[in-house]
Design a protein around this ligand. Structure first.
Ligand code: ADP
Length: 474
């Protein structure tokens, strides 16, 4: 016996797959929210810079128009000093793009990188673009406005702080995502492990059972209803297998035993004929006895096969309406002579008003009833009675065979329908212990059941319960 758990790849286990699903279910929406917030933040920052630059340009244009170049230069210097010369740069280019006024451009590599493409600057509204300044890590946003006198007013802003803000947002998101994945993964792993513990228990038990230990059962835990049901179903299946194996063992023992006796007898007969028989008559008698023993054997084997096939549903039952009154009356006619011979009073009664009927296989039902009547006559001493009755009870028809015979001891009652079971007191009577098992197999194949009530020395009543055929008026 070996456990396969060590050999399977981890990713193919349900636990690992559930954990991955758990991580994915956590990660996808979180990632979507982070991305959405990031893009909104980036867009807002962008719009805010553009708006600030456009406002600044409008303000400087007004100052230049009303107070002239000197005032504009002074304002450029003041603004650059307050925001930082590396953050902001302000320039007024002439119509030929010569610098007329400018803030400190030392950290912007001079005015050349900022100089606009005059043709592309529209009238009335600023042209806004993003440019890279050599030596700076972050790009800068530049806005240029064409003034009425043909000059160009330019304001540029380094985007370092915005880029840093976005970068730290990305860092926070990445850390959050990793924390969430780790905690989601651990939670998923824990939950999946817990849920699968029951399955693992069932698997372990299945491995441990092997061929010999069918008595072992899966402990029922409290991981949840489904797992409990699985464990219970598994245990039920084990119980069924155990009883089947036990039955199989008993049946094979019984078969071996039941076949051995007639075969030994046949061999004995043949041996006796070989050593002692001298006349043709003696050989004939021997042959007749062998034929009888063979018939008995064939009969036994046929009955065994019939029980097995009926039990397994392998034989197709005929499905025709069977008149129970006719069935009982035929059986009565058949057994009347042997009942008289045995000194047993044999009667039958079926209600006059309606003849109950069932759907089924008449031949097989006949055999089942015959086995019950045969037993009743066989196990009832002289002077006793045997009665067959039929009555309808709702959707069922009850056919009972009651006798006033030997009865069955209570400890034997649960086993009377087992294959090859023969009562201790019946050993001297002819029989093979298959009659009642065949009757039960037939009745069950018809969707019914067979029961027995018995008292030692008072008699037994066997009852067949069969589903009634609905009459057209019902
Ligand atoms: P068989 O009659 O060949 O032994 P059955 O399967 O018909 O086999 O019956 C099984 C056993 O049940 C019998 O050996 C007998 O001990 C008991 N039995 C069956 N029917 C009766 C009955 N009517 N009265 C008493 N015992 C019975």
């Amino acid at each position: 016996m070996s456990s396969k758990s060590g050999e399977r790849p981890l990713v193919r286990t349900v636990t690992a797959r559930l954990t991955l699903w758990y991580c994915a279910v956590f990660a996808v929406p979180v990632l979507a929210v982070f991305t959405l917030v990031y893009s909104i933040l980036a867009r807002d920052l962008n719009q805010r810079v553009n708006q600030d630059l456009a406002d600044d340009l409008a303000e400087f244009a007004e100052l230049y128009r009303t107070q002239g170049l000197t005032a504009l230069q002074a304002e450029f210097d003041r603004e650059a000093a307050s925001d930082g010369v590396e953050v902001i740069s302000l320039v007024l280019f002439g119509p030929d793009l010569e610098v007329r006024a400018a803030s400190d451009l030392s950290s912007w590599q001079g005015p050349d990188t900022l100089r606009p493409d005059a043709v592309r600057v529209p009238r009335n509204s600023p042209l806004i673009r993003t440019i890279r300044i050599p030596g700076k890590t972050a790009p800068a946003r530049v806005a240029v406005l064409r003034l009425e006198d043909g000059t160009f007013l330019l304001a540029a802003k380094a985007l370092d702080s915005d880029r840093e803000l976005l970068a730290s947002y990305r860092r926070v998101c990445a850390i959050g995502l990793v924390v969430m994945l780790v905690s989601g993964g651990l939670t998923g792993w824990f939950l999946a492990k817990r849920a699968m513990a029951g399955v693992a228990r069932v698997t372990r038990t299945a491995w441990q059972i092997g061929a010999s230990d069918l008595g072992r059962r899966v402990p029922v835990g409290n991981e949840g209803e489904e797992i409990r049901e699985l464990a219970e179903a598994f245990n039920q299946m084990l119980e069924r297998i155990r009883s089947l194996v036990a039955e199989l063992r008993e049946v094979s023992n019984n078969i071996a035993h039941d076949l051995r006796s007639p075969l030994t007898r046949i061999r004995g007969l043949a041996e006796a004929a070989l050593t002692h028989s001298e006349s043709l008559d003696e050989y004939r008698r021997m042959a007749g006895a062998v034929v009888e023993e063979c018939d008995h054997l064939v009969n036994l084997i046929n009955t065994m096969l019939e029980i097995a096939e009926t039990d397994a549903g392998a034989t197709r039952l005929a499905r025709t309406p069977v008149d129970i009154r006719a069935l009982i009356e035929d059986a009565h006619d058949l057994f009347l002579a042997s009942a008289e011979e045995a000194g047993v009073q044999f009667t039958c009664s079926v209600p006059e008003d309606a003849s109950p009927a069932v759907t089924g296989d008449r031949g097989r039902l006949e055999r089942a009833l015959a086995n019950l009547i045969d037993n009743a006559i066989k196990y009832t001493p002289r002077g006793g009675t045997v009665e067959v009755r039929a009555e309808r009870s709702g959707e069922w028809i009850h056919v009972s065979v009651a006798d006033t015979g030997a009865g069955i001891p209570p400890d034997e009652l649960p086993r009377v329908f087992d294959r090859f079971h023969r009562g201790d007191r019946s050993r001297t009577t002819a029989g093979n212990g298959l009659g009642l098992s065949l009757a039960r197999a037939v009745v069950r194949a018809h969707g019914g059941e067979i029961t027995v009530v018995s008292r030692v020395n008072q008699g037994s009543t066997f009852t067949l319960r069969l589903p009634a055929l609905c009459s057209p008026s019902e």
